[in-house]
Ligand binder design. Sequence first.
Ligand code: BTN
Length: 226
Amino acid sequence: MQVEKILFETIDSTNKWAKEHLTELKPDTLYVVRAEEQTMGYGRRGHDWISPKGKNLLLTLALLPESPALLTHRMCLSLAKTLEEYSLQPRIKWPNDLFLNGKKIAGVLCEIQNGIAYLGLGLNVNMEKQVDFAATSLLIETGKEFDRDEVEQKIIANFLKTAFEKTPYEERMIFLNQTITIEDEGKWKKGICKGINENGALLLMIGEKTLPVFTGRVLPPSQGGL
Ligand code: BTN
């Protein structure tokens, strides 16, 4: 696989730029769009993605996927493996977040357009201050600055050699076997998180039954909701 890199100092959003400009991809090529700053970075559910200039990693990978399903899971697993190479113990919060020491350190946003996958990811690397009470960075957690180019290289290398697999994903899941609440468009479901199925759906045990949950936001045991 060839890797083609495109770098911006400032852009509205790497996902938006990629969707507008990378509309015909060469086969066997992974395009990596990176920005030092975004003026309109966004995440799932229309949330803003705020990141101070030149501190973190803001990337969009554009590719022609064999199957677009489970790319988010594959990227979360690749990000987790990358942080493990630095002897850290991240946890995946289904379906698209990475946590370190109980706080969010990265988010993944996969958008599919005309058969092309635009896989956006924000990883907080050298940000000194929290932009949100529940967010963190590698610097905040370890007290050390990281080489962002090296981290980016590791993410790409891990992504290229990692396939989605149920067990490695489950082993890294936060709240596994704990009571969680899933909120989806104002509907709430409470149960025990039993992992995921082969399609990447979260398995929620409610009473005797275990249901696959395809979308929604996981609320931790401490925010029972119901
Ligand atoms: C989420 O947590 O909801 C996903 C956040 C994804 C943010 C990244 S930053 C690079 C890329 N460009 C964007 O506008 N969003 C993604």
